[in-house]
Design a protein around this ligand. Structure first.
Ligand SMILES: Nc1ncnc2c1ncn2[C@@H]1O[C@H](COP(=O)(O)OP(=O)(O)OP(=O)(O)O)[C@@H](O)[C@H]1O
Length: 306
């Protein structure tokens, strides 16, 4: 289990994240969604033990990442957004070097390395130099090194970014496999639709603060909302409200009225026309995931419901 407890990170006067708290339970994939610069990598890097928080703590299966870093980080795998492996050494040799930190002998590390390279899709490129690996290959290599200690928790930071379809499918299936094995997985993305079919719940972060946590069920229920948006030439009056209310619940703002149900557009248009109203625009709207995302983080996109 990954238990993030009120972590804050300041860079001088710049607050990167503030009071970030949430949990990833065993057997659960949590989507961590926010715009660029929202604070996802900062949260993940602190949870991986590669960045110290200004305050707060993260418990990995009960081990504190600040006070018991070795045990905590042994229990969490981490695939960074942009793995930096610029070493002019063969990948397998570097793997063996890292395995040494876990107290694994050279012969055992070579054997384990070959197995893990195969598991992560790097079979056949073990002897290629790390600085000649592509970004996708570096991500797979980071995964292979993470797997040395067989952790029960994983941090995937924008892992699908820049991958080809095969790479995307590999990491998605891997996350699902880990889930079925009872592992806790945190999966960050700046695109809600990217994690939608994968995660159990989504934690939304904006400007360094957690703004909402929603289960996928709550999100799906939200998504099914459909409606009709009517833009009139003049402001909505009582008569328009009366007409539109016959078709469903309404929201009104200025010259815009939204009917929150799946109504027949022509019928509404006809009634308004018969009553002498001029409609400048009318159209069905559908609350989709990206609209929800923008609504949650407090920005309006053109389609957002009023
Ligand atoms: N080393 C640093 N020094 C100063 N500010 C930093 C540093 N690293 C991150 N920040 C700031 O912290 C905030 C959060 O950045 P972070 O990288 O965590 O966001 P993110 O959600 O991962 O973004 P992205 O999707 O672009 O990777 C940003 O305002 C960023 O500019």
């Amino acid at each position: 289990m990954i238990d993030i407890q009120s972590i804050t990170k300041n860079y001088g006067s710049n607050i990167a994240i503030k009071d970030v708290s949430f949990k990833v339970n065993n057997g659960e994939i949590v989507g961590f969604v926010g715009l660029n610069g929202a604070g996802k990598s900062t949260t993940i890097n602190i949870s991986a033990g590669v960045l110290n928080p200004t305050s707060g703590d993260v418990l990995i299966d009960g081990y504190s990442i600040t006070k018991d870093k070795k045990k905590a980080s042994m229990n969490v795998g981490w695939v960074p957004e942009l793995p930096i492996f610029e070493q002019d050494v063969k990948a397998l040799d570097y793997f063996v070097y890292i395995a040494g930190f876990y107290g694994i002998s050279k012969s055992e590390a070579i054997k384990r390395g070959k197995e893990l390279f195969e598991e992560v899709g790097l079979k056949g490129v073990e002897d290629r130099k790390l600085n000649q690996y592509s970004q996708g290959m570096k991500k797979r290599f980071a995964l292979a090194t993470s797997l040395i200690s067989e952790p029960k928790n994983f941090l995937f930071d924008e892992v699908l970014n820049g991958l080809d379809p095969e790479g995307i499918s590999f990491f998605r299936n891997l996350a699902l496999k880990f889930k079925s094995q009872g592992k806790a997985i945190l999966f960050s993305s700046h695109i809600l639709t990217e994690v939608e079919s994968l995660v159990d719940k989504v934690v939304f972060i904006n400007k360094g603060r957690i703004v909402k946590e929603m289960t996928m069920n709550e999100i799906r229920n939200y998504e099914i909302g459909t409606g009709l948006r009517i833009i009139l030439e003049k402001n909505v009056d009582e008569k328009v409200k009366e007409i539109c209310s016959k078709f469903g619940n309404i929201s009104v703002q200025g010259n815009i009225v939204i009917i929150h149900s799946d109504v027949d557009m022509l019928e509404v248009l006809q009634e308004l026309y018969n009553a002498g109203y001029k409609v400048s625009d009318i159209g069905k709207i559908h609350t989709n995931l990206e609209e929800l995302f923008f609504k949650i983080i407090g920005m309006n996109n053109q389609q957002a419901l009023i």
